[in-house]
Design a protein around this ligand. Structure first.
Ligand code: PLP
Length: 450
């Protein structure tokens, strides 16, 4: 049966972010079911999902409550839209619940079907906002190299992933990228503190280069996820906040990964004391059980759009889809009643940090970092200098494959290994994750004869 699936897959299925031809060689791994933090493949292997799918299955797999919420809503009202002047209870209740959970200055929600659509919506909103304010010259959006904001044309353009720009260009005009606060990769010749400040200074320099009244917004993930779990130095966000306030520039905190407990707070922005004007969200909003995204809109933008904006010509067929909204609502209820976010902050995050740090002793690890339940390992050839392995060895991909063989999903971003497990992981399962990661590192050391 596995082979049948692999054959059909090869013949008909174009996978996202995949070299299509590579499927011809080995065939895909067929995942058949999942429970808790484990996924199972068609060969019967049990694999600890250290990535929570794609950073999204925050509550873990197999939650019957979410299945029941979907079933009930399917029976009651499987679809209706929120266009014009209609809506339905799940969308209204979810908007109210998100407003309650969000920082105090955020009281409105615009629903989308995904994180990419949320970022497209953000771009539409900020342009509209400044036009209504009589400042249409505020057009530029500053983003960061290696940031990820989605795969639509606007999402790709906002993001700073070079291969996407190379293949997908021309990008949406009016978007520019500055350095990322990636201390291990780009700033090790100075202290973390100085590097964080230097990155914020780069923001100010870019603003001045573009024209101080020409910049509409700065977009960033509180912790950069797909770029390699890049946790900024403590000095970074306070300095960025100051720059944005100085030039009256909107802050968009992309919470698609950081939202819903990943950093041990409901939103990553809370961890860093940010007051974003707009927060795109998705993924953990429904724990990935159904596709749904949204933009949380702060009062400053919402009041302007509502009072002076007239009709906003924007929306998606599945904006606030009732079944997705019902599942998201139940997901939030469970995250709350099971105190999942608090547990990440007080128990699981500190436990992971302690165990993860032990891997920093490994001869192949240049840095082990984590915050809440997101973390990364930097694989290096020379621990004392931080020098990387030759690219042709693909040490990161090797590590990813060895992890998979020993029953652990980790993601490789170049030679940075990333984890982002379900937030319902236990301390014993964290132990298992860490020992499997160590095993993979040992095997690489053996293979590459370190
Ligand atoms: N923003 C961030 C920070 C993400 O990590 C992602 C997806 O990984 C997106 C946006 C895009 O979300 P989606 O894949 O749901 O369109």
């Amino acid at each position: 049966q596995t082979q049948d699936y692999q054959t059909l897959d090869r013949q008909h299925h174009l996978h996202p972010f995949t070299d299509f031809k590579s499927l011809g060689e080995e065939g895909s791994r067929i995942i058949t079911h999942a429970d808790g933090v484990y996924i199972y493949d068609s060969q019967g292997s049990r694999i600890l999902d250290g990535m929570a799918g794609l950073w999204c299955v925050n509550l873990g797999y197999g939650r019957q409550e979410l299945v029941d919420a979907a079933t009930e809503q399917m029976q009651q009202l499987p679809y209706y839209n929120n266009f014009f002047k209609t809506t339905h209870p799940p969308a209204v209740k979810l908007a109210a619940k998100l407003s309650e959970l969000a920082p105090e200055h955020i009281n409105h929600v615009f629903f989308t079907g995904s994180g990419s659509e949320a970022n497209d919506t953000v771009l539409r909103m900020i342009r509209r906002y400044w036009a209504i304010k009589g400042k249409p010259e505020k057009q530029w959006v500053i983003s960061r190299e290696n940031g990820y904001h989605g795969s639509t044309v606007a999402g790709m353009s906002l993001g700073g992933m070079a291969p996407m720009h190379d293949q997908g260009g021309p990008c949406v005009p009016g978007i520019t990228h500055i350095c990322q606060p990636y201390w291990f990769g780009e700033g090790r010749d100075m202290s973390q503190e100085s590097f964080g400040k230097q990155c914020a200074q780069a923001l100010e320099e870019q603003i001045l280069a573009l024209g101080e009244d020409k910049v509409a917004a700065f977009i960033a993930e509180p912790v950069q996820g797909a770029g390699g779990a890049i946790i900024p130095p403590d000095s970074y966000w306070p300095a960025v906040k100051e720059v944005l306030a100085k030039y009256d520039i909107l802050l968009i905190a992309d919470e698609v990964i950081c939202g819903f407990g990943r950093l041990g707070e409901w939103f990553g922005s809370t961890h860093y004391g940010l007051k974003p004007d707009l927060m795109p969200i998705a993924k953990g909003l429904s724990s990935g059980y159904l596709p749904i995204g949204a933009v949380l809109v702060g009062d400053r933008v919402a009041d302007t759009l509502i009072e002076d904006g007239g009709e906003f010509f924007h929306g998606f067929t599945y904006s606030g889809h009732p079944v997705c909204a019902a599942v998201a609502l139940k997901n939030l209820e469970l995250l709350e009643s099971e105190r999942v976010v608090e547990k990440v902050r007080d128990e699981l995050g500190p436990y992971l940090a302690k165990r993860w740090q032990e891997l920093a002793e490994h001869p192949l690890v240049g840095e082990a970092r984590s915050l809440g339940l997101i973390g990364a390992l930097e694989i290096v050839a020379d621990k004392s200098t931080g020098e990387r392995f030759d690219k042709s060895l693909s040490a990161g991909n090797l590590c990813r494959d060895l992890c998979f063989e020993s029953g652990l999903v980790m993601r490789s971003v170049g030679d940075t290994m990333v984890i982002s497990p379900p937030l319902t992981i236990t301390c014993d399962e964290i132990d298992e994750l860490v020992s499997k990661a160590r095993l993979a590192l040992d095997k690489i050391a053996e293979k590459l004869a370190i």
